[in-house]
Design a protein around this ligand. Sequence first.
Ligand code: SF4
Length: 235
Amino acid sequence: MPADAPHYQIIRDIRNALCYLKRSGCTGFDASEAGLKILNQLGLPPPPYGATMGRETLEAVCTDLGDCTRCVLCESRTHIVFGEGSPNAQVVFVGEGPGFDEDKCGRPFVGKAGQLLTKIIAAMGLTRETIYIGNIVKCRPPNNRNPEPEEIRQCLPFLKRQLAAINPHVICALGSVAARALLETETPISRLRGRFHEFSGIPVMPTFHPAFLLRNPEKKREVWEDVQQIMKMLE
Ligand code: SF4
């Protein structure tokens, strides 16, 4: 049964409507985290294999990715950066792709931008162990250029499977490439940030990339406003 089968879509629509009413301050109905999580699970079809509690596991996705050569980024990478964190994370941060430091060690967001992200996560009262961090592409684009559309097309399905496996309450898209790829839009990040969008029934908050913040520290206030909205949603 495909994910866009009518009854899955209806359940996701109900969940989204409850989220919207809750965010708008309406009360008198069950929009608890537990209830929304159940609707999330009911709104997704069971995976074809590697299933745990009705969902594919991150390990199954990683195994399927293997020593990937699906796009040209495999030619210049040192390590695939699959993503890391809790498989039960309530929040998933999605970046653009690995940089120099991440390519060297195979872990996401470990360079200067990563250290700033770690501080943001701590300011939210969370830790890197309780959230999950992934990227739109899992191999470093040469000279840190933006990933090409074909590279995103090949790699993004694996991130989408990771998101389905984790089933988080909220996604934070870091920067223009991540926000545009997840939301399938050309709208600039400056117009996307500051409000929730949606990916597969999961609320998405786009905000500026930590690397952009390092170059434009005056934008930190806007990022803080964005993550505060995420924190509110998690209450
Ligand atoms: S970027 Fe993604 S699709 Fe391309 S080689 Fe790396 S893992 Fe495979």
